[in-house]
Design a protein around this ligand. Sequence first.
Ligand code: TIU
Length: 230
Amino acid sequence: LPKNITIEAKPYPYTFPLSSTALLLIDLQRDFILPSGFGDIQSGMNLAAVTAVVPNCVRILQAFRELELPIFHTREGHLPDLSDCPSSKLNRQASAPGTNHSKVIGDPGKLGRLLVRGEHGHDIVDECQPKLGEVVVDKPGKGAFWNTNLSEELVGWGITHLIVGGVTTECCVTTTVREANDRGFECCIIEECAAGYNDSFQAPSLNMIHWSQGLFGFVSSLPNLLKELA
Ligand code: TIU
């Protein structure tokens, strides 16, 4: 492969150096993807789209593993005593009368305590489990940079460019890309590898990323990427 790869993307082709590009997969956790997980419990969310990204994320993982490129996985979750959970996150679930969810972060669910580290539901789905040498970043927020060492890890690995997928598009994926962009990392989301709970949010969420000549980054497709990495 050449030193630089260029793939078709919006708003214009995305060029990334193979020597300093990582795959960043956001929160492919059972709690966000499987029935009876956090996402399913919170307002009966539609799991079809988040389920459908799993095989696509497996394909992108295979491509990066074959080329021995760095892979970073994130997981959203909290310490068992929830001391690292922002109060805003807890409050808006639980304390406003009439607006609370039936179960909140830390409550017991069929996959374990919701979004608590060490629980079955908090871990990554079987198909996308990290392999030895891949980095796992545990994050208390929606963005993967807040209160984590992700920035230092990426800099330490010499990473300047990211290929991004995961769940959910409207929440943790685009929050993370906005954070990454502010820190100088070039980002490209692969649209078949990112999904959320509200189908009507997918296109606007991705459009906001690449709007205005790439306000926050790029959006491309899985065939575009795999074709150039093959
Ligand atoms: N990972 C992630 O997106 N966390 C969420 O809480 N997502 C929602 O869409 N709620």
